[in-house]
Design a protein around this ligand. Sequence first.
Ligand SMILES: *[C@@H]1O[C@H](CO)[C@@H](O)[C@H](O)[C@H]1NC(C)=O
Ligand SMILES: *[C@@H]1O[C@H](CO)[C@@H](O)[C@H](O)[C@H]1NC(C)=O
Ligand SMILES: *[C@@H]1O[C@H](CO)[C@@H](O)[C@H](O)[C@H]1NC(C)=O
Ligand SMILES: *[C@@H]1O[C@H](CO)[C@@H](O)[C@H](O)[C@H]1NC(C)=O
Ligand SMILES: *[C@@H]1O[C@H](CO)[C@@H](O)[C@H](O)[C@H]1NC(C)=O
Length: 261
Amino acid sequence: MSFLAFLSALIIVQGIWGKESKVIGFLGRSITLSSGKNANWTLTRVLWSIYQNSTYIAKFQDGKIDTEKIQKYVGRLKLDIITGDLEISGLREGDDITYTVLLMNSEDKQETHKLSLTLRAPISPPSAEQTFSVFQDGSCFTQLKCSSAERATNFSWVLRGTSHGQHWTSTPNSTESILFTSLQKNTEVTFTCIISNGFSTSSRNITAVCQGMKAPVYHKCNCRSRPGIVSCLVIMCFLLVLGCYIGKDIFSATLVLSTIV
Ligand SMILES: *[C@@H]1O[C@H](CO)[C@@H](O)[C@H](O)[C@H]1NC(C)=O
Ligand SMILES: *[C@@H]1O[C@H](CO)[C@@H](O)[C@H](O)[C@H]1NC(C)=O
Ligand SMILES: *[C@@H]1O[C@H](CO)[C@@H](O)[C@H](O)[C@H]1NC(C)=O
Ligand SMILES: *[C@@H]1O[C@H](CO)[C@@H](O)[C@H](O)[C@H]1NC(C)=O
Ligand SMILES: *[C@@H]1O[C@H](CO)[C@@H](O)[C@H](O)[C@H]1NC(C)=O
């Protein structure tokens, strides 16, 4: 056999058996396994199988669909006979195996593709709370905390509504993020804390409320006692830091404006 003939035989074999693609699914969620159908093919047969393709889990043949072959998958499979794609819902342990699909078109040409499914746990939703708020000069300075049960590679906050500047801190791969913001009196502002572990994302909404606290807190605190001094310092530091951030925003806005002018 010439080298060329060997090469073309190899290409044909590869064309028939295809490559094994890798897909990632999340426990409890759905995944659609793509059949890799040639766009021009009209499918007359689709066989999805597992375990060295000896066990069919979903079958389209002679115009009939059967997705109830294997107990483990009953009620969880949806076969698209146009694309050949197979949707598996409610992913669970043990679904992380290799799936093989055999396609046949109207000219009786066949193609096989393999997909190996890896399962991951989705990141669970974070919790969020308003941990602190204090009034000064008609504004309410408040602090929100978003916590994740597992380390998140990324925390971010999205605001729905208006606030006078905001700033959040979080270090990569941490379990919480703190947001400082200043709101107008008697307003409600909803923040969404979004976390991600690089594979999946999750979020939590929290509404920051500033109800009437009449006198500024620093007038109330008893600065003679030690705890009083400490809380005074904490509150003053907080206001100072927040003031700096807001100030910086105004400063940079002025800078931008003067550059434009
Ligand atoms: C599909 O068919 C059209 C014309 O019939 C052809 O130009 C095109 O290359 C085909 N596409 C594939 C993916 O085979
Ligand atoms: C997979 O299925 C194809 C087509 O049904 C068959 O020809 C082949 O022998 C099977 N491969 C294995 C490893 O069972
Ligand atoms: C973190 O999330 C934000 C908002 O979704 C995104 O803009 C940013 O690129 C992400 N950072 C990383 C390191 O993934
Ligand atoms: C965060 O954790 C991921 C996975 O453990 C790691 O790949 C990444 O380098 C870490 N990033 C930082 C900034 O520590
Ligand atoms: C948060 O609020 C937005 C807008 O009201 C909504 O679309 C979204 O689904 C909410 N997210 C959560 C996790 O409740």
